[in-house]
Design a binder for this molecule. Structure first.
Ligand code: GLU
Length: 453
């Protein structure tokens, strides 16, 4: 069977067995198609039915999370944990609490995590979980009760050598704290079963900053390869959560000029540069909307959703040299890619998971825009989670500088392996293909070693 036929056969099976899971299908299609040059050279992956196996999670857990709101009413949400692949280590990946969460979203994130985690060079398998619970507008007590109820069920399936969840959209230090406390109460053990923990109770310095810092380190490596750097570059950043905030901080450190950030209601355009302290005061500390940012920085412009271009995000229509989509999936569309190219953007570096649509990626590629794919560019967060696991296992604490230096070298290795693999397979400069092939090979070869499991 030709390679294309093999890929199409597996994708057809995937579509049939996962109806309606559009994001998962999108992620599977991207990875499988990018493996073509590898599969043409190596027949063993076909012989061992690796593609058929790798698109199916080892285990999918869906559970009810009932909790009592502040009015004494019992509310019910869905909880998920998809343990996708443990060929190279215990399942590892975040928990997302957002109303858009469904099985297809968690499966896409878990699937991406397999290859991302493999690319870090560390021994971590791929998993993801979450809930359609919406933390927005909930009181602290409601969030606590939800997290405790969620952990009652999740605690049956996790463990420091089994499955180690972390944060993602809607899950940060506060939520992880409530979940960790509940796990401890249920099991009577103090174990590193989550990462992103508080610094007083087993967390690692540098974990909070890691995804954003890592994303910027990755972008800098790309630009350096082409004789350029971030210094003096105008950068558009979307989002205003953990990834976006620390992307902005590192861009400022490197003398770049981040001019935008956004939340689900609107975008800030601050031409003289985002004020990091104001952003942190509004979002990290205040947990408020970005409309508050303009009260602190009156020279910044607030662009509400109603002024966004049709089928696009206004962030990508503001002239920039480099774009850092750091909010959520499919937030950078073909319309946006066209605007970026028109305005002379040189680099798109994905801080979020799968933020660019396939059509956008194709257009950017065709117009020679440098592209840092998510699995590589945002791997710094999960890599630093593994550093946290490592410190927990040895009961030690490393300094911020030590963790940051390790993160730096991990991002450099990810860049090098993605770049070199693309070259080896005849796709020079295509980091997406390079990252997917490199991430896949390590996992697939381990699956072959481990037999028909
Ligand atoms: N949610 C993050 C990601 O998408 C971090 C996962 C982790 O630290 O386990 O990679």
């Amino acid at each position: 069977m030709s390679v294309l036929k093999y890929i199409d056969k597996v994708l057809k099976q995937t579509a049939k067995s996962s109806p309606g899971q559009v994001e998962f299908y999108q992620a599977a299609e991207e990875v499988l198609h990018s493996l073509k040059p590898l599969l043409e050279r190596e027949t063993k992956y076909d012989e061992y039915n690796i593609l058929e196996r790798i698109v199916v999670p080892e285990r999918t857990i869906i559970f009810r999370v009932s909790w009592v709101d502040d009015n004494g009413i019992i509310q019910t949400n869905l909880g998920y944990r998809v343990q996708f692949n443990s060929a190279i280590g215990p399942y590892k990946g975040g928990l997302r609490f957002h109303p858009s969460v469904n099985l297809g979203i968690i499966k896409f994130l878990g699937f991406e995590q397999i290859f991302k985690n493999s690319l870090t060079g560390l021994n971590i398998g791929g998993g993801k979980g979450g809930s359609n619970f919406d933390p927005k507008g909930k009181s602290e007590n409601e969030i606590m009760r939800f997290c405790q109820s969620f952990m009652v069920e999740l605690s049956r399936y996790i463990g420091e050598r089994r499955d180690v969840p972390a944060g993602d959209i809607g899950v940060g230090g506060r939520e992880l704290g409530f979940m960790f406390g509940q796990y401890k109460k249920l099991t009577g053990t103090f174990e590193g079963i989550l990462t992103g923990k508080g610094l007083n109770w087993g967390g690692s310095l540098g974990r909070t900053e890691a995804t954003g810092f890592g994303s910027v380190y990755f972008a800098e490596h790309i630009l350096n390869k082409y004789g350029d750097s971030l210094k003096g570059k105008t950068c558009a950043v979307s989002g205003s959560g953990n990834v976006a905030t620390y992307t902005i901080q590192k861009l400022l450190d490197l003398d770049a000029l981040p001019v935008t950030c956004s939340d689900s209601q609107g975008t800030i355009y601050h031409k003289s540069g985002i004020d990091l302290e104001a952003l942190k005061a509004v979002k990290e500390i205040g947990r408020k909307r970005l409309t508050e940012y303009v009260k602190l920085c009156p020279d910044a412009e607030y662009i509400p959703l109603s002024k966004y271009p049709k089928d696009g995000h206004v962030c990508w229509h503001i002239p920039c040299d480099c774009a850092f989509p750091s909010a959520t999936q499919n937030e950078l569309t073909l319309t946006d890619a066209k605007a970026l190219v028109k305005n002379g953007c040189k680099l798109v570096n994905e801080g979020a998971n799968m933020p660019s649509t396939p059509e956008a990626i194709e257009y950017l590629k065709a117009h020679k825009v440098l592209f840092g794919p998510a699995k590589a560019a945002n791997a710094g967060g999960v890599a630093t989670s593994q550093l946290e696991m490592s410190q927990n296992a040895s009961m030690s604490n490393w300094s911020f500088a030590e963790v940051d230096a390790k993160l730096h070298s991990i991002m450099k290795n990810i860049f090098n392996i993605s770049y070199e693999t693309a070259k080896e397979y005849g796709c020079d400069g295509d980091l997406l293909v390079g990252a997917n092939i490199a991430g896949f090979k390590k996992v697939a070869d381990s699956m072959i070693d481990q037999g028909s499991v």
